[in-house]
Design a protein around this ligand. Structure first.
Ligand SMILES: Nc1ncnc2c1ncn2[C@@H]1O[C@H](COP(=O)(O)OP(=O)(O)OP(=O)(O)O)[C@@H](O)[C@H]1O
Length: 658
């Protein structure tokens, strides 16, 4: 899936988001994307299949294939044209020339046989045929050269087409609203679309093979029609069963692919959990490896069973297709013999017909098999298309107003229900936050704190009520302009695989460059991290990469906070910003917060209620509702949830001291 895979992308190849444990169906069934709510890996697997299977069934008939092929060819050539016009033009010229040379060669064969079998002395006959034979040889040589050129051109085009397809996919994914990721099946469709990209590498190769076969067939068919009109329909009859079998096989393969889709995702997720560095320690300490490996084997066995069934079906289909094709071929060759025997065709024409029939049969079977392969690729390309269309339907399309740093951020009767969720995560929330103020948001796990701050920061749009920045609904604001005014430390902050400096500037340096970076680092305690790095700000923080340096969880968090402090956003959102920090680092951040609030509005989410003393106001959430609002002094003395939680926190400390 396209979301930043984990808090540590250094451990997650960005280009292989399928390995994202966030998308792992077995890891978190609540978050598992599926067609229907599921509670187990098995349910997940079963729930995924019907919809996708239904989609796969659509249009998988012979006529559908015939209808779709021209569109697919146009589409592939269109994609190729967009990336490299010269190569596509050269490809066409080569193919056309190759076809013409093929036809000339076949007519040449007829002329050569006629010359050789004409009455007269052998030497004369041979010298009469020699120029034609030389021309046939030259044409064959030239065709071979053209074939090599075509292969070279398609090898050049293939990766470029795939990269373009990938880029379009990435643009579609990053251009979608964040809420798109929460829609059931969105991540699955991303996975399927990625497979479409893999397949797109093959497109141009298959298309050029198909065109080559078609051109060969056309040339041979022209010659055959000229030799005897009965030969061509017979040839087509012989190819029909093979074509039908190829379509059926493509269909069986694709269906097997769809049926094993969920299991293959499970396999990918299990592979991830078994080998990733993040979980490697727990795999050992929890001795969970045998359990996960068992799951892996079960899923693998299911995939194998489905693939075996598909393979056997294909063998049966192929066998029947070949038998019918053999009978058709026998009919064609028998007819040719009959024409020759009854004198309705000359020996020269029959000789040329033999060559033409072989060429045409090769062209036909090439068209059938490449056509079927292309059709199969096209089904995967549909997945790519489907995702792009879906992402486009969920693209960020808000207003155009560009907000300055807000003086006032308000939530008015705000509710939010995650897509597909039965219960709202937030209901009827009202609050105000002015520039220079600190607002703390507290509550038990799952009470809606992160949901609320994502709405205030315009990452999500409320499903009810409104969030307003200086009176303007966030729906009417330009999303990117709004986010430029927002600095955020989310719970799962990213660990970008770039230098320490870039981890703080995010590629958006302040006018005073490193001075601003060092100020932000000093305010968050990241200055100590920088001081310990062998190349200071220039140190690459990507442990898997050559020369990268690994940081501790707390050191990363200091950098994440520095990054938010460095950003000149008018709204600063800190969601559990000190969960990994030692007391000294935590103290440094909270003692500097008031100064930072001078020209910003700050929202702080924390479970450490003592830290909320720094806030001007505290809102307490319970089951998605604001149940209390007040200052620390008020809430810590008045009866209510805040006091209860605060006392519990104190009480635990006392137990520890006893
Ligand atoms: N992407 C999502 N899709 C569906 N439901 C979600 C999603 N994210 C959160 N929720 C649900 O919304 C509710 C509020 O979640 P939220 O993350 O806002 O809680 P929180 O107060 O920040 O929790 P915590 O203290 O554990 O961080 C929870 O019941 C959670 O299950």
């Amino acid at each position: 899936m396209p979301a930043a895979p984990t808090a540590d992308p250094t451990a997650t190849p960005v280009a292989t988001p399928t390995a994202d444990p966030a998308a792992a169906p077995s890891a978190d069934p609540a978050a598992a994307p599926s067609a229907t709510p599921t509670d187990s890996t098995e349910d997940y697997r079963v729930a995924l299949v019907p919809d996708d299977k239904a989609a796969a069934e659509q249009g998988m008939t012979g006529t559908a294939m015939l209808r779709r092929l021209p569109r697919l060819i146009r589409r592939t050539l269109g994609m190729a044209w967009a990336v490299d016009r010269r190569s596509v033009t050269a490809l066409f010229l080569c193919q056309t020339l190759s076809g013409l040379l093929g036809a000339l060669g076949l007519f040449g064969v007829s002329a050569a046989i006629a010359a050789v079998t004409a009455p007269g002395p052998p030497a004369e006959r041979f010298s009469a045929a020699a120029p034609t034979l030389l021309a046939i040889a030259a044409a064959a040589g030239l065709r071979a050269l053209l074939r090599i050129t075509v292969t070279g051109l398609s090898t050049r085009l293939s990766p470029r087409i795939a990269r373009r397809a990938e880029l379009l996919l990435l643009e579609a994914a990053t251009g979608a609203e964040l809420a798109a990721y929460d829609h059931p099946g969105f991540n699955d469709r991303w996975d399927a679309a990625e497979r479409g990209i893999e397949m797109s590498k093959e497109l141009i190769v298959q298309v050029q093979q198909l065109i080559y076969s078609a051109v060969s067939l056309l040339a041979a068919a022209g010659v055959l029609a000229a030799l005897h009109p009965a030969l061509l329909p017979l040839l087509l009859l012989a190819a029909a069963p093979q074509g039908y079998a190829a379509v059926r096989e493509a269909r069986v393969h694709y269906q097997a692919n769809v049926e094993t889709f969920a299991d293959r995702r499970i396999l990918a997720a299990l592979r991830w959990f078994l080998v990733d560095k993040e979980t490697a320690g727990q795999v050992r300490s929890d001795t969970i490896a045998p359990f996960l490996l068992d799951r892996y084997q079960q899923a693998g066995a299911r995939v194998d069973r489905t693939c075996d069934r598909a393979a056997w079906r294909c063998v049966r289909i192929s066998l029947l297709g070949s038998l019918a094709a053999g009978a058709g071929a026998g009919l064609t060759w028998g007819s040719l013999a009959l024409l020759l025997a009854t004198g309705r065709m000359s020996v020269a024409a029959a000789g040329a017909a033999v060559f033409a029939l072989r060429t045409a049969a090769g062209g036909l079977s090439g068209m059938v098999s490449y056509g079927a392969a292309l059709y199969r690729l096209g089904l995967h390309l549909d997945d790519w298309d489907r995702f792009i269309a879906e992402a486009a339907g969920r693209r960020i399309a808000r207003g155009t107003a560009v907000p300055p740093a807000p003086l006032l951020v308000e939530a008015k009767d705000v509710s939010y229900t995650y897509p597909g969720a039965e219960q709202p995560a937030l209901t009827g929330a009202d609050l105000r936050l002015g520039r220079g103020e600190i607002l703390a948001v507290v509550g038990e796990n799952g009470s809606g704190k992160s949901t609320l701050v994502k709405l205030l920061a315009g990452l999500n749009l409320p499903t009810g009520g409104a969030v307003r920045w200086d009176g303007v609904d966030t729906r009417e604001l330009d999303a990117h302009a709004l986010w430029r005014q927002t600095a955020m430390v989310p719970q799962d902050f990213a660990r970008w695989p770039v230098t320490c400096r870039e981890n703080i500037t995010l590629g958006q340096p302040a006018p005073d460059g490193d001075a601003a970076v060092l100020r932000a680092a000093a305010a968050s305690g990241a200055d100590q991290v920088v001081a310990g790095l062998r190349s200071g700000l220039d140190t690459l923080l990507a442990r898997e990469w050559l020369g990268g340096v690994a940081l501790s969880a707390g050191q990363w968090q200091r950098l994440a906070v520095a990054r938010a402090f460095h950003r000149p956003g008018g709204l600063l959102v800190l969601d559990e910003p000190t969960s990994d920090l030692d007391p000294r680092a935590e103290h440094r951040i909270f003692s500097g917060l008031r100064e930072l609030a001078g020209d910003r509005a700050i929202v702080l989410v924390t479970h450490n209620l003592a830290n909320t003393a720094v806030a001007d106001r505290i809102v307490v959430l319970e089951h998605g509702r604001v149940v209390q609002c007040g200052s620390f002094a008020e809430l810590s003395t008045a009866p209510g949830l805040f006091k209860e939680l605060h006392d519990l926190q104190q009480d635990r400390t006392l137990v520890g001291l006893r």
